[in-house]
Design a protein around this ligand. Structure first.
Ligand code: NDP
Ligand code: GDR
Length: 370
């Protein structure tokens, strides 16, 4: 039985990857951070009683900012594969917490690689680094491939640039099977609520059910290459199953504006929108409601722009070239954007229907910041 260690197991990708590796028969260890409230909502369905002798899922307290803790966990676990998914992963928030982001996202990767050296695991343990299309930043060329130059545009992307190169360096210097997956945006019903896709699908569900008046967004012109997280964790696994350690772009090759995502998401509940105005004055209005369940007033303003969501430096256009991953890994995404939007909106509509039912029966719903 192979043993994997996942950092960031409580996140979107950590959850889907843990599910995939358990399906493949792995023993899965995950690192979770201590928090004052439970933070394992996404993975609670994977929990196994640690007293069970056949247990194949185990969590360890830890943090990417703590070398001693990482060394101890890796020493105990002796993983065949490490997936380093842990990170402060929000680009906008990284402008507010740049030093912490550098520590967790940049130096955190170095700590894991050094742990492998200290423990003499260079030849045993393979490591996957969660690199990102944010490395491309200011557009140099499109579509972006493994050979496109990087130009990071946020503290997050700069920290991830360090992590990218230290991964390459430890591969070349010490022969560690260390790989970067340069993953373009990938989403799902498990996506964090403050990333734009989930913020939109949640708002669509709430607005349609009369639980929210309006959705405020930032840059509606940004273009992203959006895939489904389920497809992307499959690529992570394939990257570590190759004979030679290399870096790969994982993307769909299709890009879409934020505005179009908004339109598609509202269309899922039968609401058609018309966008008017430009820049901070842009707004979207309801022009028709085809679903009798979700009837809004025609002409109602449901989307507006709030400059608070603009970033000091923006990444305008991402579109990946997945040729290498298709040919070398045999990887193909199963979801297209329409299927992704459908799944996300349906999940959020269902979620808020249940929440309304709970409220009606006297349960308090905790506040969720957008
Ligand atoms: P999430 O934000 O959903 O999950 C991040 C995970 O990292 C959470 O489990 C979080 O724990 C954990 N974490 C945060 N800080 C630390 C720390 N200091 N020490 C240990 N763990 C920490 O991200 P995703 O699942 O979406 O992404 C996974 C990885 O892939 C990240 O590294 C991200 O930067 C990268 N990436 C993501 C892409 C995407 O589109 N989703 C695209 C390209 C790269 P907690 O739950 O306690 O907050
Ligand atoms: P991104 O994802 O920055 O690409 O990073 P996000 O969903 O936050 O933003 C995508 C684009 O949408 C624009 N935008 C908004 N974004 C947010 N969050 N909230 C808004 O209200 C809003 N309005 C417009 C943004 O300006 C941006 O252009 C994600 C993360 O998962 C990273 O960890 C990962 O590395 C990259 O994807 C690939």
């Amino acid at each position: 039985m192979k043993t994997a260690l996942i950092t960031g197991i409580t996140g979107q990708d950590g959850t889907y990857l843990a599910e995939l590796l358990l399906e493949k028969g792995y023993m899965v260890h995950g690192i979770k951070r201590r928090s004052s409230l439970f933070n394992t909502d996404r993975i609670d369905h994977l929990y196994q009683d640690p007293h069970d002798e056949n247990v194949r899922f185990k969590l360890h307290y830890g943090d990417l900012s703590d070398s001693t803790n990482l060394i101890r966990i890796i020493k105990d676990v002796q993983p065949d594969e490490i997936y380093n998914l842990g990170a402060m992963s929000h680009v906008k928030v990284s402008f507010d917490t740049p030093e912490y982001t550098a520590n967790a996202d940049g130096i955190g990767t170095l700590r894991l690689l050094e742990a492998l050296r200290i423990l003499g695991l260079e030849k045993k343990t393979k490591i996957y680094q969660a690199s990102t299309s944010e490395l491309y930043g200011l557009v140099q060329a499109v579509p972006q491939s493994e050979t496109t130059p990087f130009y990071p545009r946020s503290p997050y992307a700069v920290a991830k640039m360090y992590a990218y190169w230290i991964t390459v360096n430890y591969r070349e210097a010490y022969g560690i099977f260390a790989c970067n997956g340069i993953l373009f945006n990938h989403e799902s019903p498990l996506r964090g609520e403050t990333f734009v896709t989930r913020k939109i699908t949640r708002a669509v569900a709430k607005i349609a059910q009369g639980l929210q008046a309006k959705l405020y967004l930032g840059n509606l012109d940004a273009e992203r290459d959006w895939g489904h997280a389920k497809d992307y964790v499959e690529a992570m696994w394939r990257i570590l199953q190759q004979d030679v350690a290399e870096d790969y772009v994982i993307a769909t090759g299709v890009t879409t504006r934020v505005r179009e995502f908004v339109r598609m998401a509202f269309a899922e509940v039968g609401i058609s929108l018309e966008f008017k105005g430009t820049g901070v004055d842009e707004k979207a209005y309801v022009v028709s409601c085809a679903n009798p369940e979700f009837q809004l007033e025609i002409g109602k303003e449901v989307v507006g722009v709030d400059p608070a969501y603009f970033r000091p430096t923006e990444v305008d256009l991402l579109i990946g070239d997945p040729t290498k991953s298709k040919t070398k890994l045999g990887w193909e995404p199963k979801y297209d954007l329409a299927a992704l939007v459908k799944e996300m909106v349906a999940a959020d509509v269902d979620h808020f229907k249940k929440e309304t039912l709970l409220k009606a029966h006297g349960y308090t719903i905790k506040n969720q910041y957008e």
